[in-house]
Write a protein that binds this ligand. Structure first.
Ligand SMILES: Cc1ncc(COP(=O)(O)O)c(C=O)c1O
Length: 409
């Protein structure tokens, strides 16, 4: 609370309602959200059509027609108790449908009892951290990465430790090996990756699994491989995402329909646990309890009923592929350097000047909103979320070119 006109004005500690820790998080807060808010301000000032907003991964491709059809039907069903509480893990019918889909995808004998419906992948990750971490346990996270992870880990009194990936954004297994300690409880990967679009290949996932098995033996304790996969279905050029469930025993997936069905605001996702994890029954009980007590209680009922009927259906990924080509071709002809993403709707080019924050500010002056690589633990780059309409991409090129040329002067 701010007491500008009261006797408490200037008495910082006394007047602060918000804890020091949360104040710290606010001040270092997500660059994605900062740029998104800046976009909202500029849109008000100049009109939305004059702002090139690439700041946030809010899917632009419409949910598929099957989603709308099923939603209409399910919303009209007159079933007693349909709006009430349910088992905290979610409806059995939904978990069975998700498990059947995951069995096909991962070739692992996973059943409804190994799936919990969650409020998005973010909800799933918070639940997993809460259940697995003792205070002070470490979560090792390859960068560049989605920085909200740091707060999810802190929510469970864990410590996030970051490990740099290779220059091509593949996993640096040597660095991961070096940074695992006797306190490492989780290695958290995200593939396809936000912000790079990188998909970790089968060899690196197998290599990671082997090194984690060695470390489990060396330290005599379980180390969990958690894969955050909300972009799994958004991949290009025949790339497939290797299955961690079929590669490593102590593994779990956090996922959602935020991106694959463009339902980010509906908060529907799931977590799936490898049936072979140690103490599976107790782990599942803990996850179900924490889904409730972290305040989610259960994933939204209506969405659970819808997604049960459209497993395997996704948005039209060809639309994102077209946008990727439009953006990559435009930027490379200007001279920007980048690796074409395997998946997601993000591009992570190198900034043509060393200071990525200054570079992003220069783009903002041309009303182009992007996110500095610093916000993903990877300076010298910037992220473009290309889940926007084609006109935004095409019309932004002039500004991208002007700033690029300014940097060369
Ligand atoms: C890598 C990553 N993980 C998790 C999330 C959260 O997604 P959800 O909407 O499924 O909670 C996001 C959202 O953008 C993300 O990019």
């Amino acid at each position: 609370m701010v007491h500008e006109n009261s006797v408490l004005a200037g008495v910082e500690e006394y007047s602060m309602a918000v804890s020091k820790k949360v104040r710290g998080f606010i001040s270092q807060s997500s660059w994605i959200r900062k740029m998104f808010e800046e976009g909202a301000r500029l849109k008000k000032q100049y009109g939305a059509e004059n702002i090139f907003d690439f700041s946030i991964g809010n899917p632009s491709v419409a949910p598929p027609p099957e989603f709308r059809e099923v939603l209409r039907k399910v919303a009209g069903d007159d079933i007693s108790g349909v709006h009430g509480y349910m088992s905290n893990a979610g409806y059995l019918e939904t978990r069975e449908a998700v498990a059947a889909f995951l069995r096909r995808e991962h070739s692992v004998p996973l059943g409804a009892d190994h799936v919990i419906m969650t409020c998005g992948a973010a909800g799933a990750l918070n639940v997993i951290c809460k259940v697995l971490l003792e205070p002070g346990d470490e979560v090792l996270i390859p960068t560049p990465c989605f920085m909200e992870y740091r707060i999810y880990v802190d929510n469970a009194n864990g410590i996030a430790t970051f490990v740099k990936s290779n220059a091509d954004f593949s996993l640096n297994l040597d660095s991961i090996r070096d940074l695992i300690t006797e306190r490492t409880k989780i290695v958290l990967i995200n593939s396809p990756n936000n912000p790079t679009g990188k998909v970790y290949d089968g060899a690196s996932i197998r290599g990671l699994a082997e090194l984690l098995e060695d470390k489990e033996k060396a330290y005599g304790r379980d180390i969990y491989l958690v894969s955050d996969e909300p972009y799994r279905e958004i991949v290009y050029d025949g790339v497939t995402v290797p299955s961690i469930l079929s590669t490593y025993r102590n593994s779990m997936i956090a996922s959602s329909y935020s991106k694959s069905l463009s339902l980010a605001g509906e908060r529907i996702g799931y977590l799936a646990v490898n049936p072979a994890v140690s103490d599976i029954e107790e782990v599942m009980s803990g996850l179900i309890l924490c889904n409730r007590t972290l305040g989610f209680v259960n994933a939204p009922a209506l969405m659970q009923r819808v997604i049960a009927k459209i497993q395997g259906i996704t948005v039209d990924v060809a639309e994102y592929r077209r946008k990727r080509e439009l953006l990559c071709d435009g930027l490379s002809s200007i001279g920007y350097g980048f690796t074409r993403p395997d998946g997601t709707f993000y591009l992570f080019p190198r900034t043509p000047m060393a200071d990525d924050i200054e570079f992003v500010k220069a783009l903002t002056k041309r009303r182009i909103l992007t996110v500095p690589g610093t916000g993903f633990g990877w300076p010298g780059h910037f992220r473009i979320a290309f889940c926007v309409d084609d006109a935004t991409i095409v019309n932004s090129m002039k500004g991208f070119e002007e700033v690029f040329k300014e940097c060369l002067q």
